[in-house]
Design a protein. Structure first.
Length: 177
């Protein structure tokens, strides 16, 4: 019996297609969110971080490598669109540290809500660390408690969105259980 090349490995193609879709959606959502007014005007830089739901989804559905792929591709494309190299380093540090933290908690079989909150906390921490390195101003660490306070509800929101996306894609047969 002769097999066509298309029937030999459908799952990797499906996974790669879904990862490309997640990366594209994360760029689009990041771009739309950047048009919104500040979430907390007294705290510059505080955002919902809606684009992070796609990296979280790739991590939870597949692997750390896939989550990093979605996050890094988003950071690169946003940098190419905006021309902000400095913003790229802040975003990249946040994406990498948050995904590493979330991957560790995923291995410990924590809930997606706990994982997402930890990711938001790690994301904020990484960005402040980059800011301290760039400005040589350690006083910026004093900003962390305020950012962490905002990270809890945003982490919960991202986890809830993850659950909704996961349910919709499973219902549509695009992902597995």
């Amino acid at each position: 019996m002769i097999r066509s090349s298309f029937s030999v490995r459908p799952r990797p193609v499906k996974r790669l297609t879904l990862l490309a879709l997640l990366a594209g959606l994360s760029v689009a959502v990041h771009t739309l969110e950047s048009l919104l007014p500040p979430l907390v005007p007294a705290l510059p830089g505080v955002k919902l971080g809606l684009a992070n739901v796609f990296s979280l989804f790739a991590l939870m559905q597949y692997s750390l490598r896939d989550g990093l792929c979605v996050g890094v591709v988003r950071c690169l494309i946003v940098m190419l669109i905006t021309g902000s190299v400095t913003g790229f380093f802040y975003a990249l540090a946040g994406a990498i540290l948050s995904l590493l933290a979330m991957a560790l908690l995923k291995k410990l079989q924590m809930s997606v809500f706990f994982i997402s909150i930890a990711g938001a906390l790690a994301h904020n921490t990484a960005q402040v660390m980059v800011a301290v390195l760039v400005t040589h101003t350690t006083a910026l660490f004093g900003y962390l408690p305020w950012l962490w306070l905002c990270a809890v509800p945003t982490g919960l929101l991202i986890a809830a969105l993850h659950k909704m996306i996961d349910r919709a894609l499973k219902t549509g047969g695009l992902t597995h259980d």
